[in-house]
Design a protein around this ligand. Structure first.
Ligand code: UD1
Length: 442
């Protein structure tokens, strides 16, 4: 199992390319199941979760070919779904257990083929994460669902889902995506209320439009989807990863220096940009154009002068456009280096403070009370061996390692590899002393 060693103390200076958004790429890959025609996706991040979703599609009978970009940080994929006709439409446990987002194939499969068998994802490191919101809405659309042998066995008796007017009991990114995809091939119109408005959902909706779907209300909590009989193929470029960009901004805030993020999407990152500006970083946004596909993006220059002390601030996570839970751990690492007390509240997931204990091992002065962490800043951190417990917790440990004295060894970085493309190469390019150690102890 690979480890990462981080030798702290260096400021970061230079350029970092931002990969496509993992959380947009995953539903976009699942959406390819809706069309009988070829789908071409570009700017997929070259991370383990994307490879897992490709394996799920292949296990279902899709023909998927993927090519790496020159720098190795992104993939382009061509997906053909013709081979699905006689399959069992089964997403197996071995794949689903490694990545909950596999449940996103349920809606598209049911909508197009009238049946699907998808392993229940089960719990994960950051809490129970049920799928009741996905299943409730699909049942209301006419699906019969039973749980058998750990699988969601779903079918549509009359062969086609029907449009509904549905209010989600709770805001859910995955449920909004799954039901929006299912509604595209349903009979009639579906209205989804209390829908999540994360930028990745807007990206998926735009891909669905490119496939011929009629969707109104994109980027709002009320989505109206006009069902159609069939969907076409498309070529679609996934948006930049706001969480990856946010992680590098946090790293820069903690270490100091001057880094430019290339192909970023600052409009999707307002809560973090606002926080970082208030605590003592400067962030400039510069218009840019991607030479590969002509799309316009922004470069973000993030800098913190040497000797400028960060000021602690409180943070509370919330669904978009609130502060993203996926940046809570990284911000906690930053607040260990800010002057004052910071109160960090996690409102989305029940068990998302596992990084707190590991940060304490590095010397952070903090206390966890229920869903709140109280961080006393300006702690001198000292390198030691720590364990990655989930994807974003791992990123927080990398950031802490970058400011710790001595060497921090991070075990179990397969968590990190799920969502960060070549993180050690990107950090090395801006002067960080980070090395991947292949194999070794757990
Ligand atoms: C997605 C993101 C994840 C992010 C999360 C919240 C992907 C692949 N993952 O996860 O990185 O942290 O959004 O922004 O896009 N819930 C239920 N019942 C359900 C579904 C969810 O109770 O059927 C609860 C969850 O337990 C959680 C909350 O709703 O407490 C939000 O979860 P949700 O938005 O669905 O997260 P995911 O889509 O799994």
């Amino acid at each position: 199992m690979d480890r990462l060693t981080v030798c702290g103390g260096a400021g970061l200076n230079g350029k970092i390319p931002i990969s496509g958004a993992k959380n947009a790429a995953l539903p976009c890959l699942a959406a390819s199941l809706l069309a009988a025609k070829e789908i071409a996706l570009t700017h997929l991040p070259a991370v383990a979760d994307i490879r897992t979703m490709i394996k799920v599609l292949q296990a279902l009978g899709c023909d998927v070919s993927a090519d790496k970009s020159e720098d190795g940080f992104e993939l382009s994929a061509i997906i053909k779904t013709d081979g699905l006709k006689n399959s069992e439409f089964k997403a197996p446990y071995d794949l689903v257990k490694t990545m909950r987002a596999s449940i996103l194939v349920l809606g598209p499969l049911l909508a197009r083929f009238g049946r699907a068998s998808v392993s229940l994802p089960g719990g994960c490191a950051i809490g129970a994460r049920p799928v009741n919101l996905h299943l409730d809405a699909l049942q209301r659309m006419g699906a019969e669902i039973r749980i058998d042998g750990g699988y969601v066995e779903a079918s549509v008796t009359n062969g086609r889902l029907v449009g509904i007017d549905h209010t989600f009991d709770k805001v859910s990114v995955g449920a909004t995506e799954n039901i929006m995809m299912a509604a595209c091939l349903a009979k009639g119109t579906t209205v989804l209320r209390n829908a999540a408005v994360e930028p990745e959902i807007g990206d998926l909706a735009r891909m669905l439009q490119a496939m011929g779907a009629g969707i109104e209300g994109i980027d709002t909590p009320v989505l109206t989807i006009h069902g159609t009989d069939s969907m076409s193929g498309c070529r679609y470029a996934v948006i930049p990863d706001r969480i990856e960009a946010g992680t590098f901004i946090c790293a820069l805030a903690a270490t100091g220096g001057d880094v430019t993020l290339e192909r970023a999407a600052p409009d999707d990152l307002r809560p973090l940009i606002d926080l970082m500006t208030r605590i003592g970083c400067d962030i400039d946004e510069i218009e840019d154009c991607d030479k590969r596909d002509g799309a316009t993006f922004k470069r973000m220059r993030v800098h913190r002068e040497a000797g400028r002390v960060l000021k602690a601030r409180d943070v509370s996570t919330a669904p978009h456009p609130g502060f993203p839970t996926d940046l809570q751990a990284q911000v906690m690492a930053v607040m260990t280096q800010a002057a004052g007390i910071s109160i960090i509240k996690e409102t989305i997931f029940e068990n998302r403070f596992q990084h707190a204990m590991e940060l304490e091992r590095l010397g952070a002065n903090l206390r966890v009370e229920g869903n709140t962490a109280i961080v006393a800043g300006l702690s001198p951190l000292t390198g030691c061996t720590v364990m990655a417990t989930d994807l974003r917790a791992s990123a927080a440990l990398v950031i802490a390692g970058l400011v710790a004295n001595g060497v921090t060894t991070i075990d179990r970085i397969y968590h990190l590899d799920r969502g960060y493309a070549g993180i050690e190469r990107k950090l090395q390019a801006v002067g960080a002393k980070v090395q991947r150690v292949k194999g070794g102890r757990v």
